[in-house]
Design a protein around this ligand. Structure first.
Ligand SMILES: Cc1cc2nc3c(=O)[nH]c(=O)nc-3n(C[C@H](O)[C@H](O)[C@H](O)COP(=O)(O)OP(=O)(O)OC[C@H]3O[C@@H](n4cnc5c(N)ncnc54)[C@H](O)[C@@H]3O)c2cc1C
Ligand SMILES: NC(=O)C1=CN([C@@H]2O[C@H](COP(=O)(O)OP(=O)(O)OC[C@H]3O[C@@H](n4cnc5c(N)ncnc54)[C@H](OP(=O)(O)O)[C@@H]3O)[C@@H](O)[C@H]2O)C=CC1
Ligand code: HEM
Ligand SMILES: [Cu+2]
Ligand SMILES: [Fe+3]
Length: 488
């Protein structure tokens, strides 16, 4: 079998070292495909247009030949596996065993398992599809690849969507051969190690935005809560008390009171776990103990929380820009003007209102601008061009600045309303007062941890110093202090 593996599987000079197309070999490398379904058809089309000679093995070649590009040869399974060394198995797991009759012809060849188990299949079988295929054909080398690429992406080419093709196999030589096919097709092979990783590779397409589930549900929960709260205050209360219909507020006004509250609370929840972590480290006097699971989980979901906060804040800004466009605004302005005329007043100008509004609008714009920087740097291409310090400056420091600006925006918007009885409807305080609690706790805690007594201790803990037990790392100036406290 090693003799089989030694010969070049695919003409190496199809690709230059830099990946560009070099001289096309006189005879195109041959690739086999077993199966004639959706995936097989897209794969064949892609392989043909990438310069491969393709032979398809079907149980019924007459019926299926018309579905393939004319350059692809469609024949019986036994004939198709005769000459190519790399054979894609584009079939479902339950049909693998139907290939057992081909064992002799397949001996020594590379089988590429492209299959995607469903969630139930993945749970039912403890061995991966690829390992199962390998157990059926012990004389073949199995490579797991392409399962994360949809038939559609194969057809439309790798221009949009994910270009990475995770692959694994126990045979480095086989992996290299399939990598070359992957590259020639315009995709990026990603080595995932031995075939034992196949289960992990097969689980990849089963994930649907795993990190987003909890943050998205949280955002939805907050939205629902604040929407109902604002509905009761702004729509239900005037209706019940005075019989006034304010239902026109549902699509814009109530939404624009709800969205900023969600954005603001989510933003504070991004920075709260950092504060809790610092507090925990201060109390324990070490960083070498795991955080409780809930805190660990929370710390890992901050990016998603932050981006959802940014989304809500951006929508809030757009809604705010749209407010003056509505009919409501025009009628209110006209009605106010008429009232002024009837009351024989000429100049309406409340200095305090003007200043309050100018300031809170400006602070809101600044807060959103700062948040945009965080959102931009969270794009992988930009994040990769920043070093660790730059990234953490934007994320940690500027993010905190955004939280402070949002707080000032909310406070100047709220002004004295929290203290005026007329703003308590059904005894419910104005919405913004509900949102201030968490952000203010975060800001105060951050300020507290900046005090020298805390910040010195924190930075020592983060460099490995421990309250009791051996000091793992010490600054020279900490040496004397550490000796006093770390007797065993
Ligand atoms: C729009 C938006 C986009 C976001 N995008 C991303 C993203 O792409 N990726 C991402 O990870 N997060 C992202 N976030 C989340 C958030 O910005 C980061 O998690 C941020 O780093 C949290 O800052 P922090 O100061 O609370 O926490 P941390 O930076 O984890 O620090 C917590 C505390 O520990 C201190 N500290 C941390 N490490 C050390 C150390 N080694 N030595 C000494 N002190 C230390 C800090 O000073 C701080 O006081 C985003 C947020 C928003 C709003
Ligand atoms: N569709 C997609 O987007 C993706 C599919 N995949 C994987 O590719 C594989 C094929 O998927 P897909 O092409 O969609 O499936 P299809 O059902 O469209 O095709 C399966 C093919 O298997 C062949 N086959 C061979 N033996 C049997 C048998 N005993 N019973 C039934 N069929 C048999 C058939 O070809 P014939 O009749 O000519 O022999 C049939 O066309 C699966 O493992 C799937 O998980 C992976 C990633 C994406
Ligand atoms: C371009 C940026 C922004 C503009 C133009 C803007 C504008 C406004 C306006 C007009 C209001 C009053 C809404 C109303 O009348 O009900 C308001 C309220 C509010 N804004 Fe902003 N804002 C901006 C950014 C932000 C950001 C980034 C946050 C926080 C993340 C935020 C949080 C809030 C909060 C919490 C309220 C109070 C909501 C309430 O209780 O009624 N805003 N903003
Ligand atoms: Cu979670
Ligand atoms: Fe999770």
């Amino acid at each position: 079998m090693s003799g089989e593996m030694d010969k070049p599987l695919i003409s190496r000079h199809l690709l230059d070292s830099d990946g560009s197309l070099a001289e096309v070999p006189s005879e195109a490398p041959k690739v086999g495909i077993l199966g004639s379904g959706d995936f097989a058809r897209s794969l064949a089309a892609r392989l043909v247009s990438s310069g491969f000679s393709v032979v398809v093995g079907s149980r019924n070649p007459k019926r299926t030949a018309g579905l393939f590009p004319s350059a692809a040869q469609v024949t019986f399974q036994a004939d198709a596996v005769e000459s190519p060394d790399v054979i894609f198995v584009a079939m479902f797991r339950e049909h693998y065993s139907s290939l057992c009759g081909l064992s002799d012809q397949l001996a020594g060849k590379i089988l590429v398992d492209v299959s995607n188990p469903t969630e139930q299949e993945h749970l039912r079988h403890h061995e991966s599809n690829a390992e199962y295929l390998a157990s059926l054909f012990p004389t073949c080398t199995v490579v797991k690849a392409f399962n994360v690429i949809s038939a559609w992406t194969l057809q439309s080419g790798p221009r949009d969507g994910n270009r990475q093709v995770p692959m694994c196999s126990d045979q480095p030589e086989a992996k290299r051969a399939v990598s070359e096919v992957v590259r020639a097709m315009g995709f990026m092979p990603v080595d995932m190690g031995s075939l034992a990783s196949a289960r992990e590779v097969e689980a990849m397409p089963l994930r649907l935005l795993p990190g987003w589930k909890v943050p998205a549900l949280l955002a939805l929960g907050l939205f629902t809560f604040f929407y109902v709260y604002n509905f009761i205050r702004d729509v239900l209360q005037p209706y019940v008390r005075d019989g006034k219909s304010k239902f026109y507020k549902l699509p814009v006004s109530v939404v624009n009171t709800t969205l900023p509250c969600v954005a603001y609370v989510l933003l504070s929840l991004v920075y709260l776990p950092g504060v809790l972590a610092a507090a925990l480290q201060l109390r324990r006097g070490t960083k070498y103990r795991r955080f409780p699971d809930w805190l660990d989980h929370w710390l890992q979901h901050r990016k998603q929380l932050g981006l959802l906060s940014f989304l809500c804040a951006a929508l809030h800004a757009l809604y705010s820009f749209c407010l003056p466009l509505g009919r409501v605004n025009r009628y209110e302005v006209v009605n106010l003007a008429i009232k002024q005329v009837l009351a024989n007043k000429s100049h309406l100008w409340i200095e305090e209102e003007v200043w309050r509004m100018e300031i809170y609008l400006s602070l809101g714009v600044l807060a959103l601008g700062t948040l945009s920087l965080l959102a931009v740097t969270s794009l992988p291409s930009i994040a990769n061009s920043l070093n660790w310090r730059e990234f953490s400056f934007v994320q940690s420091t500027l993010g905190f600045v955004a939280l402070v600006l949002s707080t000032l925006h909310t406070l100047t918007y709220g002004w004295t309303r929290a203290f005026e009885d007329s703003h308590y409807k059904f005894y419910l305080p104005p919405t913004f007062t509900l949102t201030l609690l968490v952000p203010c706790v975060v800001i105060l805690a951050k300020a507290l941890f900046l005090l020298p007594c805390f910040s010195r201790r924190l930075s020592r803990i983060r460099r490995g110093w421990e309250k009791d037990g051996a000091a793992k790392f010490m600054l020279p100036m900490d040496h004397a202090l550490a000796q006093k406290t770390s007797h065993v």
